[in-house]
Design a protein around this ligand. Structure first.
Ligand code: SAM
Length: 311
């Protein structure tokens, strides 16, 4: 294993070269640049994003203090325009006037990708409708970061964002998701995480996997995968788990094949308490109509697993 060494001496000179290359690229005027910023770790910003923030005439941002702080970490200072969920429409008009005059303007949110559970979509829509150019600069988003480390195998995901805060609306909404086959991606506030887990446990099968991605990219990052049946106990096991920022991923609905397998395993579990592996497989094949050989193999694995647990 190689121990991490100080990368500054090797990377810094190269960054200078890369930044020079980036500076040679074209940055059209009369354009809105939608720039992703870090979701916790200040280092997670691209060189191209930094260059863009350094050349724009102004930055429209959710909270001018937060963005001012991020800019100051990189020695940048810019004209900042507050653009939050309560003033997006008015700000959009002002930005369009400035863009039409030929300015370059960046749009950022407090963390991650603008317009993803954050303000920005209305501004982008208005700017595009005005016939002006929008250029995205990709970067961090909590949803994709969580998915990448979840180990959930489904290629499809369904981004939901925040659940309704009111219990009845949340219950109805979750019920509407019961047959979604894609992995579902939720954002949740720490003070509602326990409630949200209870609501998920009430709405979906207890065998589904759930992944908690907490404080991503930060000092106390934690990524935990368990079944929905085990989820509340995990939250309750440590008081810190109702603090910080969370992405919650929920495995999609079991397919017909998965459901047959769950049912076969349920039957084998009961039969293996009374019968040999061979008898259990024969009886399970009669009950389920599934192939005896594969049930035999599965029963052998289950028996070996339970013997190991007893040792
Ligand atoms: N625009 C952001 C993005 O691209 O992911 C999302 C902003 S949304 C207002 C904030 C929510 O994103 C948090 O409540 C949490 O659910 C999730 N989130 C943001 N940063 C996170 C982090 N570092 N770790 C886990 N979840 C995070």
């Amino acid at each position: 294993m190689t121990e991490p060494t100080d990368s500054t001496s090797t990377i810094l000179p190269m960054m200078h070269d890369v930044l020079q290359d980036i500076a040679q690229q074209t940055y059209p005027s009369a354009t809105l640049y939608v720039v992703a910023t870090p979701i916790g770790n200040t280092g997670d910003i691209s060189l191209r994003a930094l260059h863009t923030l350094s050349i724009v005439d102004a930055i429209a941002c959710e909270d001018t203090r937060n963005t001012g702080h991020l800019l100051s970490r990189y020695g940048l200072s810019k004209n900042l325009i507050a653009a939050h969920q309560h003033n997006e429409r008015e700000v959009a008009e002002k930005l369009i006037t400035r863009l039409q005059a030929g300015e370059r303007i960046a749009l950022v949110s407090d963390a991650g990708t603008p317009a993803v559970s954050d303000p920005g979509a209305r501004i982008v829509d208005a700017v595009r409708n005005a016939g002006l150019r929008v250029i995205p600069l990709p970067g961090a988003s909590a949803a994709v970061t969580a998915l990448s480390a979840s180990g959930l195998l489904n290629d499809q995901f369904y981004f939901i964002g925040f659940l309704p805060a009111k219990a009845k609306q949340r219950e109805t909404f979750l019920f509407s998701l019961k047959s979604v086959a894609a992995t579902m991606v939720f954002y949740e506030a720490p003070h509602r995480i326990a409630e949200a887990v209870d609501a998920l446990a009430a709405a979906f099968e207890p065998t589904r996997h759930i992944v908690f991605a907490r404080e991503l990219t930060k000092l106390f990052e934690e990524i935990h995968r368990c079944t929905l049946a085990e989820a509340r106990a995990w939250i309750d096991a440590d008081a810190h788990r109702q603090k910080g920022e969370f992405v919650v991923l929920l495995e999609g609905a079991p397919t017909a094949g998965d459901q047959d397998q769950i049912e076969a395993e349920r039957i084998l579990t009961i039969l293996l308490q009374e019968c040999s592996v061979k008898q259990a497989a024969t009886l399970a094949a009669h009950i389920t109509g599934q192939k005896k050989n594969s049930l035999y193999d599965r029963a052998l694995q289950m028996k070996a697993g339970s013997d190991r647990e007893q040792d």
